[in-house]
Each structure stands twice: as structure tokens, then as C-alpha cells.
Design a protein around this ligand. Structure first.
Ligand code: ADP
Length: 724
């Protein structure tokens, strides 16, 4: 029976193994089937060799299903040669690999073979039963009725073998009809033989004998000698049990007879079997080697797998990185594009704003220039009239005219400055200067205002202050001039003090505190904030007061340019004090700033280049009143011509002229190799024109309107410089 089941195993493969996608798998499968065919033909050597090859190949492709099958077929061959323990070792291996698959048929067969190995070889019947039950579990799962029937038959036999007839019969009764109706001769034989044993155990002699004889009939017919021998043995046992020693003896004799024939047959084969057994031993060691090789191979594969996995992980990480990089790059490009676009728009807007600011600036500059020129005429002519017509000195209208014109001029100048500050166009310039000298100059120039209000003006200078400092002397004097003139204006018969103190030294920087203090009208607490706002004038009083209300606004902003702030302390009718502190760098080299020459020179012959008739007249009057002579030309061409014919001590040149402007004319004159001082007279802001003027060969710039003293100081200075 065992033989029957295992034979079936070989045929089952093609049905069980449905996954045959690869050629190698199919080929191995074919090899195992072939091994089964050789086994059935008792060609064990061939069957074993094919199974071994199949095992090696299965290991190579690491297919648990085929490995399990190869081991199973090897186990069957060992089993057949009664090497049950070894057979069990192979079945165990087969089971190990079968459990790695999902194939229930395979598990059913291997468990069934294990059950038979334990039971039929009487190694451990209970263990055999346990394996049969597992086999039955899978057979029922896959609903294989033949398998179910044979396993139950095996179970019945196993239970009978240790006299547990009730449970054995339970199984037997479940499959009786199956074999009676569908079973083949062999199946029926087993059923009848088994039923014979059962009924004999139950004392139902007739029934038992009936089944034994039915089995015997089939066995003889099918020439299954081994099975016939089994029935003879069972009959002999049966008669012995029921006190029929004669019959028992008869069947014992018959059993012996068959056994003898079988034994002699076996004897004939024994030589061959013996050789095969030796071979089996050799194969055993080969299998062990295969397994060791496979284990090493598996280890290698597992290392390779680990490495591959690592590589794969690295690759994925790199791909992810690459993807992230690509994405962020794309995003960056997009953002960049948006940024560029926004930037372009911004640049455009900025350009427009700049253009607008430039336009505004140009507008203010042009307007103030245009206003300054006629104002120069008005102020000049008013002064000329007052000087030339002594009887008009007390004429109020004329004084008012001059006052208004001067006021307008101051206003235009202040507006120009504020507008420049608002555009951040004013940058401090550093030069070496003598602070003491600077303060004295301011004091002297403001003397006439002090005298007007009968004020005393004093200076207190800290002796620790170094002589030479570095800073913007022009802006500093502008701040001080504004504050001091305010103090003098708002104080009557009082005292104005300029106090200059060294506050602290930080490295090279000397922080100097300036205080302008008066004991005049004072400013109320609530007005102290307001006075720095544009156009704020408190209690405008008499007509001779000159001011635009922009002075303190300019002062505050200039002090801010020096990175400082102004403070005011004041009490009504007691006086006011303005304080601020500015840091100046110490001048390392004691460079003496150039001093302007002021010695008067008489009888100068001056060329005036000016296109405006009123201005021509005013300038001519100013020159002639100082007892100098002049020649007036209307444009640059005439000037270039006349300088080549006549000798002049200096040229006063208007900048804004038609045909060729002052710069061009000066350049032409310099090209003639003439060194004569050229002084530009302009209504433009000095900072705007100075650079271009110097580049064109102009020596200095005097802004209209100018005082005669101011103008001649400049003329003298340059004539003397030329003569040195
Ligand atoms: P203004 O051109 O009128 O002097 P400022 O901006 O310089 O304009 O001053 C604004 C106002 O602050 C002045 O009109 C005056 O009322 C007040 N003020 C400035 N300085 C003093 C001072 N030393 N004493 C009293 N009042 C002053």
C-alpha cells in the first residue's frame, strides 16, 4: 500500500505544480516525473540519479516547491530500501521546503509519506497516526477524495495495529462505500483485508472469513504475492484465535510457501539491492555536500541580496534626492522667473520714480534759477538806487522793495536746500578745518546783525579742542549761522553766547558740544516742538525781521546728517539755548587750510560775459562803484574774440547763455593758453555747477545775488594766486 501511495506522488507533480512559467522549472519538473517512471519500473539507480540532479537544479534556482519534491522522491527510494530513518530525514527536509510554499497537495503527500514511514516500519505508530491526520487535514482541504480515502484506510490500519478497533472502524466505515463503488482491485483488496481483521476482532467469524476470502481472491487474481501473504497470515491468526488449529496451520503453511518463493526472488535481487544500498550511502554523502554547497550558495546569495538591497536603497535615495533636486530646481527657476519679472517691474517703477524725482528736482532747480536771476536784478537795482540817490535813503517804499526782494531770494534758496535734503542729495564732505578760525569768521560776519539789535556776541571755546579737525565745515557753519542769527534776531539789547566744549573722545573722534545761548524773547514750551517744522514762524512782528520759517528745519536736518540731534531749552522772556554734539575726526597732519587773499587791488579791468541786460547793468554798477573798469559782451563768441584783442585782469562769466554757454566759453579761452582768472556768476546752486565749472577751466563760482565784498574777495584771491 505504501508503494501505491508513493508511486502516485510522482504522477501528482504535474497537477500540483501549476506555476511553470520558466523553462528550467518545467525541465526540472519533467526530470522528477521521469524519476517516478524509473522508480515504478524498479530502475532505482536511474530514479535516484534523476532525483539528485533535480535537487541540484532546484537548489540553483532556489525553488522550494521543486526542492521539496526532489527530497520527497529521494525519501521514497530510501524508504523502499528499508532505510526508514534516512527516508524520514529526507521527508523532514521535504516538509521544511513544502511548508515554505502555499501548496496544500504537496504538504498532504509529504505528511502521508512520513506517516507511512513511521507506521509501516513500526518506528512509532502514534507519530505515524499524527502525520496521517495532518495529511488528512490537507487532503480534505483540497477535497482530494482518493487521498482522503487512502489516508483514512491507513489510519484504520494503524489504529487496528494497536487494537484500537473502535476508532479504526470509525475511519473504515467512512470510506467503505468509496472503495466498494469506486475503488480499483488494489483498493478493494485493502478494504476487504482490513474488514476481515476488524470482524475477526469482533468475534464475527463468518463475516471475517468472508472478507478475508474476498481479499484473497483479488490478491491471487492480481498476482499480488506480498498481499496474498498478508491475508494468509491474518487467516492463520484468525483460526488460531477461534480454536481451529488445523486451519490455522494450513494457512501458516501457505504463507510460508509464498514467503519462500518471494524470499528466493528477493535473494536473486539481493545482490543488486546490496549494490544499490552502497550507492545510496554514496548518494547520502553527495546530498550532504549538495546541501553544504547550497548553504554556502544561499549565504552568498543572501550577501548579494543584502548588497543589492543596499544598492537599491541607495539608488532610491539618490533618485529621490535627484527628484527633490529637480523639483527644487524647477521651483527655483519658477521663483527666479517670477522674481526677475517682479524685479523688472520694480526697476521700471523705480526708474519712473527716479525720473519723477529728477523732474521735480529739475523743476525746483529751474524755478529757483529763473527766480534768482530777476531777483538779482531787483535787489541790485534797489541797492544802486539807494546808494546813488541819497535823498531816497529814507524812502520806505524802496526799503520795502529791497526787503521783499531779499526775502524772496532767501526763500528760494531755503526751498532749494530743503528739496535737496528730502531727496537725500546732500552728502557731508570731509576736509581739514580750523574750528576756532571758523567760529571767529561766523562771529565776524554776523556782527552787523548783532549791532542792529545792540547785542553782544561772545565766544567761549574749550582749550582742549584740537586746532585741526576733519569734517564738513561748510554745513557746520550753516548750522551755526542759522542758530546765531536767530538768537541775534530774537534778542534785543542782550547777550548771545557761542559755547564750544569738548564732550568726550572716542578713539580718534572728538565729540564737540555746541551751545548757542541768548537771553532774548524765549520760546514757550508748546512752541518748542513746532519751531522745527517747515514754515513755522512765531509772532511775526516788525518788517525788518527777515526769515522764511525754514531755517530751523534745515538746521535739524543738517544735524541729523551729522548723526546727531538738536535740543532746545527755553523760557519765555528769559532766553533760549540750542545744543547739539558732533563728532569730528582728529586731523593727523596739520594741514593749513588755504586762506583766501583779501588784500584789495585797485583799477582792475574786468570782462563781463552776460546775456541778461539788467544783470549786465547791475554787475557793471557793482564793478564801477569799486573804482574798477569793465567791458561787457553778450555771448561767448564775443568773449573769445575780445580776450584776444584786449587785456583783462579777470573774467566774470555767466553760465547759462544762449549759443555757447559759460563752460564752453571758458574751455575755449583756456585752449588759447590764457591763465586769466575766470569766475562764474550763476544763479544755480554752487554744488550743482562747481564740478563741471572746474573741469571747464573756471577758477571759482559766485552765486547770484552776491554782495560786492564777497565778489571782490574772490576776484582778488584769484588774481593774487595767479601772480604768485
Ligand atoms: P525763521 O526763518 O523765521 O528764523 P526758523 O525756522 O529759523 O525760521 O525759526 C522758526 C521760529 O522759531 C522763528 O520764527 C522764531 O519764532 C523761533 N525762534 C528761533 N530761534 C529763536 C530764538 N533764539 N529765540 C526765540 N525764538 C526763536
Amino acid at each position: 500500500m505504501k508503494r501505491f501511495i508513493t508511486t502516485l506522488l510522482f504522477f501528482a507533480i504535474s497537477f500540483l505544480y501549476s506555476q511553470t512559467p520558466e523553462r528550467e522549472r518545467k525541465s526540472i519538473e519533467k526530470q522528477i516525473i521521469e524519476a517516478g517512471v524509473h522508480y515504478r519500473k524498479d530502475n532505482y539507480e536511474k530514479s535516484l540519479e534523476l532525483s539528485k540532479q533535480a535537487l541540484v537544479r532546484s537548489f540553483k534556482i532556489n525553488d522550494p516547491y521543486l526542492i521539496a519534491h526532489s527530497y520527497n522522491s529521494i525519501g521514497v527510494i530510501y524508504d523502499d530500501f528499508s532505510q526508514s530513518k534516512r527516508a524520514i530525514e529526507f521527508y523532514d527536509k521535504a516538509l521544511k521546503y513544502a511548508n515554505k510554499t502555499e501548496n496544500d497537495s504537496l504538504k498532504d503527500w509529504v505528511y502521508s509519506n512520513l506517516g507511512s514511514a513511521y507506521y509501516y516500519n513500526k518506528i512509532d505508530v502514534k507519530k505515524g497516526i499524527a502525520y496521517y491526520k495532518k495529511s488528512l487535514f490537507y487532503a480534505e482541504k483540497i477535497k482530494d477524495s482518493t487521498e482522503i480515502a487512502y489516508t483514512k484506510l491507513n489510519l484504520a490500519n494503524a489504529y487496528f495495529s494497536y487494537d484500537d478497533f473502535d476508532i479504526g472502524y470509525e475511519y473504515l466505515s467512512q470510506i467503505r462505500s468509496y472503495f466498494e463503488n469506486k475503488g480499483d482491485a488494489e483498493g478493494k483488496f485493502y478494504l476487504f483485508n482490513c474488514l476481515g481483521v476488524y470482524y475477526s476482532s469482533q468475534g464475527q467469524n463468518e463475516l471475517a472469513e468472508d472478507f478475508f476470502f474476498k481479499a484473497l481472491k483479488i490478491g491471487k487474481k492480481e498476482q499480488m504475492d506480498g498481499l496474498v501473504m498478508d491475508v494468509y497470515e491474518n487467516l492463520s491468526e484468525h483460526y488460531k484465535k477461534y480454536n481451529q488449529p488445523k486451519l490455522a496451520f494450513v494457512y501458516e503453511k501457505k504463507r510460508k510457501a509464498v514467503n519462500d518463493t518471494l524470499f528466493s526472488e528477493k535473494k536473486l535481487q539481493s545482490l543488486e539491492k546490496y549494490a544499490i544500498e552502497i550507492e545510496l550511502d554514496e548518494y547520502k554523502s553527495q546530498f550532504e555536500r549538495i546541501e553544504v554547497e547550497n548553504a554556502t550558495q544561499q549565504e552568498k546569495i543572501s550577501i548579494t541580496k543584502t548588497v543589492s538591497l543596499l544598492m537599491f536603497v541607495i539608488l532610491i535615495v539618490m533618485l529621490l534626492l535627484l527628484y527633490t533636486f529637480y523639483k527644487s530646481n524647477k521651483l527655483r527657476k519658477k521663483l527666479n522667473a517670477e522674481l526677475t519679472k517682479a524685479n523688472e517691474e520694480l526697476t521700471l517703477a523705480n526708474k519712473k520714480a527716479e525720473e519723477n524725482a529728477e523732474l521735480k528736482n529739475q523743476f525746483i532747480s529751474t524755478v529757483s534759477h529763473e527766480l534768482r536771476t530777476p531777483l538779482y536784478g531787483v535787489v541790485g537795482i534797489a541797492s544802486i538806487i539807494l546808494e546813488e540817490h541819497k535823498k531816497l535813503v529814507n524812502n520806505n517804499h524802496l526799503h520795502s522793495l529791497r526787503f521783499s526782494a531779499r526775502y524772496l531770494l532767501a526763500l528760494v534758496n531755503d526751498i532749494l536746500q530743503i528739496s535737496k535734503m528730502e531727496e537725500n542729495k546732500i552728502v557731508l564732505e570731509n576736509s581739514v578745518f580750523n574750528l576756532k578760525e571758523e567760529i571767529n569768521t561766523i562771529k565776524n560776519s554776523l556782527h552787523f546783525i548783532a549791532d542792529g539789535n545792540e547785542n553782544t556776541l561772545t565766544v567761549e571755546l574749550d582749550p582742549r579742542i584740537p586746532k585741526y579737525l576733519i569734517g564738513d565745515e561748510l554745513r557746520l557753519s550753516q548750522i551755526l549761522m542759522n542758530l546765531i542769527s536767530n538768537a541775534l534776531k530774537f534778542t534785543l539789547k542782550g547777550e548771545v553766547k557761542i559755547i564750544v566744549l569738548l564732550d568726550r573722545i572716542e578713539g580718534d573722534v572728538y565729540f564737540i558740544t555746541f551751545k548757542v545761548k541768548d537771553n532774548g524773547v524765549g520760546i514757550t514750551k508748546e512752541n518748542q516742538e513746532k519751531i522745527f517744522e517747515k514754515f513755522v514762524q512765531l509772532d511775526r512782528r516788525s518788517g525788518d525781521y527777515q526769515g522764511t520759517g525754514l531755517g530751523l528745519t534745515i538746521v535739524k536736518r543738517l544735524i541729523e546728517l551729522f548723526e546727531s540731534k538738536i535740543e532746545v531749552e527755553s523760557q519765555e522772556n528769559k532766553g533760549t539755548q540750542f545744543t547739539f554734539t558732533i563728532g569730528f575726526e582728529l586731523a593727523v597732519e596739520k594741514v593749513q587750510p588755504s586762506k583766501k587773499m583779501k588784500q584789495p587791488i585797485s583799477n582792475l579791468h574786468i570782462l563781463v560775459v552776460e546775456d541778461n541786460k539788467i544783470n549786465q547793468m547791475v554787475t557793471q554798477k557793482v564793478i564801477e562803484r569799486q573804482k574798477h573798469t569793465c567791458k561787457i559782451v553778450d555771448n561767448g563768441h564775443e568773449a573769445i574774440e575780445i580776450v584776444q584783442q584786449e587785456t583783462f585782469d579777470a573774467i566774470l562769466m555767466d553760465i547759462n547763455m544762449p549759443i555757447i554757454d559759460g563752460y564752453e566759453t571758458a574751455r575755449n579761452i583756456r585752449n588759447l593758453g590764457m591763465k586769466i582768472p575766470i569766475i562764474a556768476l550763476t544763479a544755480f546752486d554752487k554744488n550743482e555747477v562747481l564740478k563741471k565749472a572746474t573741469e571747464s577751466g573756471i577758477d571759482d563760482v559766485v552765486i547770484k545775488p552776491f554782495s560786492p565784498t564777497e565778489l571782490f574777495e574772490v576776484i582778488f584771491a584769484h588774481i593774487q594766486k595767479n601772480q604768485e
